[in-house]
Design a protein around this ligand. Structure first.
Ligand code: AMP
Length: 115
């Protein structure tokens, strides 16, 4: 069996994290190195390595994640002020953990374009 990814271990409770939301499909926790006052990571339970490797079989999973973004952002008080959702894919984007994750960033004005 393949070694679990860091984020699978967080989902399974084997590595501690500040979890703000969890269900059978995904979980959301605070980034350990926050780049904004609110910096969350939303991950699927399924260890999909990257968004680029998603297939049509993952359509329901991806829809679930997208809907949770809005719910979690509202719950975190980000809906009015605004927030950003980022998926880093591959080396040029600086993807460090090979398990799909959506960064949810907010609580300050965010620059555009990103670096
Ligand atoms: P990326 O560069 O898009 O792959 O983002 C990986 C993110 O995971 C970074 O923002 C890290 O700060 C974050 N991270 C790494 N280890 C942990 C951890 N144990 N708990 C929470 N966040 C983590």
């Amino acid at each position: 069996m393949n070694e679990k990814t860091l984020f699978e271990k967080i989902y399974d409770g084997e590595i501690p994290a500040a979890i703000v939301y969890k269900d059978d499909v995904c979980c959301c926790f605070r980034d350990i190195d926050p780049q904004a006052p609110v910096h969350l990571l939303l991950i699927p339970r399924k260890p999909l390595p990257s968004i680029e490797q998603a297939t049509p079989d993952d359509a329901a999973l991806l829809a679930h994640l997208m809907l949770k973004v809005g719910e979690i952002a509202r719950e975190q008080g980000l809906a009015k002020s605004g927030f950003r959702v980022v998926i880093n894919n591959g080396p040029d984007a600086g993807q460090a953990v090979p398990h799909l994750h959506l960064h949810i960033l907010g609580g300050r004005s965010l620059q555009w374009p990103p670096g």
